[in-house]
Design a binder for this molecule. Sequence first.
Ligand code: ASP
Length: 844
Amino acid sequence: MARDRSPRVGGAVGGVTRAITHAICRVGGHDVVTRRRESAVMARAPRAVGYQTSSEGTTNCRDDEASRPKRQKAKQMDNCEHDDALVLTPTTRATGFAQTRRSSMRLALASLLGSHLSRALLTRARRPSPCQSQAAAAFLRTSQMAAGPLTMRPGRAFLTARSATKDFTKPAARFTPVPKRVVGKVTRGVVGRGLVTTNASGDAKSDSSSSSSSQILPERLTWPARSHGAGTLRSAKIGQTITLCGWIDKQRDMGGLTFCDVRDHTGLAQIVGDDDTPAEARNLLSAVRAEWVVAVTGVVRERKDKNSRIPTGDVELLVTNVQVLNTVGKSLPFQISGDGDDDKTSEEVRLKNRVLDLRRPSMTANLKLRAKTIRNLRNVLEKNNWDFMEVETPILTRSTPEGARDYLVPSRLQPGSCYALPQSPQLFKQMLMVAGVDRYYQVARCFRDEDLRSDRQPEFTQLDIEMAFTDMDGILELGEDLMCAAFEGGIGVELPRPFLRMTYADAMTKYGSDKPDLRYGLEMCVLNELLRGSEFKLFADAIESGGVVKALAVPEGDKISNSKLKPKGDVFNEAVKGGAGGLAFVRVGADGLTLDGGKALCEALQPVSEQLVKNVPDAGPGSLILFGVGDEPSTNKALDRVRQYIAKEVLHLVPCASEDKAGHEDGGNRNHHAALWITEFPMFETNHDENRLEALHHPFTAPNQDDVVDGGDITKARAVAYDLVYNGVEVGGGSLRIYRRDVQEKVFDAIGLSKKDAEEKFGYLMDAFQFGAPPHGGMAFGVDRLVMLLAGAKSIRDVIAFPKTATATCLLTQAPGTVTDAQLKDLHVAKLKSEKNPLAEDEK
Ligand code: ASP
């Protein structure tokens, strides 16, 4: 029951009335005018803003609504707090109300009793008038929002209701007039949790004497089944009696007609109640609110006003029966219908309320696309000519190095030991090859404890694949089959095959990245030969000390002004964010030879301008040439960043995410879909912090045999590894594997793993290699990233049902959570002294 924080008796009656009047107005965002002797609609507002109320509801209420300054009213209601109570007191002078103010009253009731109210209590009033009855009926129809049993005394219709929302000024419910016919007459009886008893004409009766009951939330739980999905109704079904189950998307009460949209996972359909609809069903249709759960039965008929914007727009369901299965007991944090406040709602609020967020049609579509994509990938793998078999591998396992930190699970039974969650099933899939599985796949969950970005999650899903007796071409062919099936089956886009192949070295030289976006040019080149010993000291020194000078040309250079390129300009800033000290540039004159720009730079470059223009791809008359200088990795990083920024943000050479999606939908365009393989990665890269080599891919990748036979240095070898890149995003990657112990030992040695450590960590794999391991190789696709690209989503979080935030927390469940000291003790885990366990108190 509502906590009563206001005095019930006495109080400044006139003030009360005004306050009430205004409160109602604010709740609805609509002017509801109550008049003395006709009806009083009162709001019990917090004392803090000085409102009081009368228990009797016989107030000298005046219609001075118009005279009260709007700002003041707004302020009063802005001050209302969570749990403020509103009181509606219909009085006995019903005639005037009925004639002049009925619709206002209806609006107020409908609004107040909408989804903003969680609890209500109906009590007193001696002789119910039509107006009281109306209040009572409206209350009864919505009383399923009450938290506990509600008492309605015979002949009394004094209504109080408690707000469940903090902010009265933003009602979720729309105004919906309460139609006359639903008004029940309260006689006597007890209203249980939402149980309404009425006689056949809709009048309320004692529940003991009720012959036909109209129940909003029946006492019994029921599990009705649908005959059709709401989104599947079409003209072919006209005349059929069907049942839909789902959520109320929208409700519109037009007096004689009540329309609702019912939504489920298949879409939405309009349902309608008219004068011929049984009263009980009609009453319920009028009562329902957004996101209530219903089962409705009716006959499909052709719609008078067709709606071409939705697939079910030609038909509607004329309702014969309505069952309310559940209601909304809290205010909705955002709108679900039509994706509501999609872009306006913060991701934090969406993740906290993920259940509702996923109910939004766009998120439902993402989940569906994800499921469809996985289905399409499985179909390719299980087809006879590929004949893959899915095998599950352990989650509680030993560390599998993929370059990230492990998630550890302390063992209770083995004090001091930990399982590691798999960073990938890499070692198991290789052992399955030794086991003779031949073609393995798994939709596998992987765990990596690393810093998160929009395309990374601590746990993510891979399509993991391994094949025995195949060369690299065999694996790339499978990769293209999979990628094409995902695009074709998922969004109807045919990717051009075969995919381009580019070596790692070329990709780094031309694009400064191992995942270049090839939807646009802006290719780079190295100018070390041309500029060695240059007059421009910065260039000469960099080359002299083993660094590089690289350049890229923007053909229509005048599209980028000098102010963007000079300090504080946005292009300059990108270079700096990429790690560069600055951004040197020159402009090529109309003659294709004369250079314009910084004096020293132009003077130094002018003598070699002809070669410069010839060397830099796309340079020519009117172009702008940008330079990067320094050690190779940081120069690449900075120029890659500048290249992408210019293409996307300055010259708009690629469509933004939403246009990309549109591109997909209309069958796509080659420029929107640049898929390529990057091959011949180096085996190792240097970890400068630890001054040692690390495997660039993972240490089970085979070295290119041409680089290591005949005494070649394995540390300088290329790997037989490949990545699949789509529009600048790495979608997957893999390698041919080492399948002999002696070679595996050499790689462990190269990365500084002692024989003892190698044996301890990976002895089981090397032992397996000694039992006749077949040559094999494989790859893995990042399912989340792939679906993100297909959906045109901005983040992988939008295609994962329950993702984590950048700090690896789940806002819905609040994981990770604190555990008790006893649990830690069980796991033989001791806390550092400085760590206080917030649960420790509970344990005492
Ligand atoms: N295990 C690798 C990864 O997770 C993929 C592979 O080499 O098959 O990146």
